[in-house]
Design a binder for this molecule. Structure first.
Ligand code: BG6
Length: 494
């Protein structure tokens, strides 16, 4: 049977050992592909295939180890030293040798688990050596490239990257990864919205008062991430990609199908309708950035983390009041926030519905005031589920109301664990399904929005980065963004 080859650049890195190889082992263990898969790790360290395999094995679970002896003969390593033309020629020879009689039909997936500055030089070399040529209309002999994040650092750099990649590859050969799209609960947003007819009619500005998307993390700068994070900050690291993708799924129109073109066309429309901020004042009024200081559980402040500049203004938290200018959403605030070193780890998307037009229970004996109107929450992680909140009358003689909820809990209904994101995404890339990958136009539109925030932050008179104690739920200044909404406060992840 015709094999597929997965060529991983950055083979000795963390991502390869922790995510990619375990995912590939599971794909084989669970019999998810029907053709043989050969893996070729490409790195700059002078190690042998055997040494590479020993390193990889350490990261496998006992179940994964049980089939490792069977898989290991298909895992090869090649050191491409300084990445010269001769090194790439040797890589091509190695790949062709491995393909053996299938040299003309083997499908090849190049996974760029590299630092972004190496994306284009690598793709240029692959093209120069004829390693990307393919005819996507043919089932066999396909060539695809997976690109890890970050995809650029602003709009010009993302455009430059897109132009560079498209010099050698068509859009349908490019798989820009965002691991949030590989999460089962994120994919379920589409199923919930478009396979249940009762919700879609109220998914509009007439019924929804505001939408909240919170991605709260407890982690800080573990595993020496400070150096990288200094070049990113929460806006680039989380908002431009993960939060934008969540926003797309909750705000998009129904696609005409589930194929990549149909789904991504709708996401692109949302991102293009997302209004960039007009001027610095607009940013200062609608965006709050902050950095964590020391916490009372002896957590270090950001400025004391390794690799962080002593006077760094890098934001580890950002909260945004965004607007989507289209028929469905005009006038509905989208409140987004993400931060590190927060009290709780959870990712929620909540649609807050409008109050009833007349408040019958507000008179004597009623305490409807202060209770939150209806809400629909997707809990993406950690305890995945969906919950609808509503008010009920408390038993008794008065008109006293209280909040109640209906909930669906993934773990209670489905006994098996959801596949990890990288398993799903790698499998899709091997099978040529790009629905859960990002189109180049999406990244550019998301950068246009993020860049408008950055330009407000760098304008004269911009407020400094606020502080919040590690282990809290972020700066109090972020509460101001909710002023005027019915809910009045950020969710608590409860
Ligand atoms: C990564 C960011 O893309 O996503 C990290 O670079 C962040 O800073 C991580 O911690 C969060 O992913 P998850 O799946 O743990 O929510």
């Amino acid at each position: 049977m015709v094999p597929a080859q997965i060529v991983i650049f950055g083979a000795t890195g963390d991502l390869t050992a922790r995510k990619l190889i375990p995912a590939l082992v599971d794909i084989a263990r669970l019999g998810l592909v029907r053709f043989p898969v050969q893996v070729l790790g490409v790195g700059r360290r002078a190690i042998t295939t055997e040494q590479w395999q020993v390193e990889l094995e350490k990261f496998l679970s006992p179940e994964q180890r049980s089939i490792w002896p069977e898989l290991a003969p298909n895992m090869h390593y090649i050191d491409i030293g300084e990445s010269t033309s001769a090194d790439f020629a040797a890589l091509k020879t190695k790949m062709d040798d491995l393909a053996g009689p299938f040299i003309n039909t083997v499908g090849r997936l190049y996974y760029l688990a590299l630092k972004p500055s190496l994306f284009l030089p690598t793709v240029d070399q692959l093209a120069e050596h004829g390693m990307l040529a393919s005819d996507e209309l043919r089932i066999e002999g396909w060539r695809r490239v997976v690109v890890e994040k970050p995809f650029g650092t602003d709009l010009p750099s993302a455009q430059w990257l897109n132009i560079g990649l498209r010099k050698h590859l068509r859009e349908n050969q490019l798989y820009r990864i965002d691991h949030y799209l590989g999460k089962e609960t994120v994919q379920n947003i589409l199923a919930f919205r478009f396979e249940n007819a009762i919700f879609e009619p109220i998914w509009t500005r007439e019924h929804i008062e505001h939408v909240e998307i919170s991605v709260c993390e407890q982690v800080g700068m573990e595993s020496g991430r400070g150096g990288y994070y200094e070049t990113a900050g929460a806006l680039r690291d989380m908002v431009q990609n993960h939060l934008m993708q969540l926003l797309c799924l909750v705000a998009m129109e129904a696609p005409i199908g589930l194929d990549a073109d149909a789904v991504r066309a709708e996401k692109i429309k949302v991102l293009r309708a997302l209004e960039p901020y007009r001027d610095p004042k607009d940013v200062w009024d609608n965006v709050v950035r902050a950095q964590y200081g020391a916490g009372d559980q002896s957590q270090r402040g950001y400025l004391d983390e390794d690799g962080v500049a002593k006077a760094s203004q890098t934001e580890t938290y950002v909260a945004i009041r965004a607007r989507i200018h289209n028929w469905r959403w005009n006038g509905v605030p989208f409140l987004l926030r993400s931060g590190k070193q927060l009290a709780k780890r959870y990712t929620d998307i909540t649609l807050h519905f409008r109050k009833p037009p007349a408040d019958l229970f507000a008179g004597p004996g009623g305490i409807a005031r202060g209770l939150k109107p209806n809400g629909l929450t997707f809990r993406i992680q950690p305890d995945e589920g969906i919950r609808i909140k509503f008010l009920v009358k408390q038993p008794g003689h008065g008109h006293v109301l209280r909040e109640a909820s209906l909930g669906f809990d993934y773990r209670a209904l489905f006994t098996s664990d959801s596949p990890p994101p990288y398993q799903r995404l790698l499998l899709d890339a091997i099978n040529g399904n790009a629905t859960l990958f990002i189109h180049g136009d999406e990244t550019e539109a998301a950068w246009r929005f993020a860049d408008s925030i950055r330009s407000g932050w760098s304008a004269p008179g911009a407020p400094a980065c606020w502080r919040y104690p590690a282990g809290s739920m972020g700066p109090v200044e972020a509460d101001a963004l909710l002023r005027g909404t019915d809910g009045g406060s950020w969710g608590q992840g409860d």
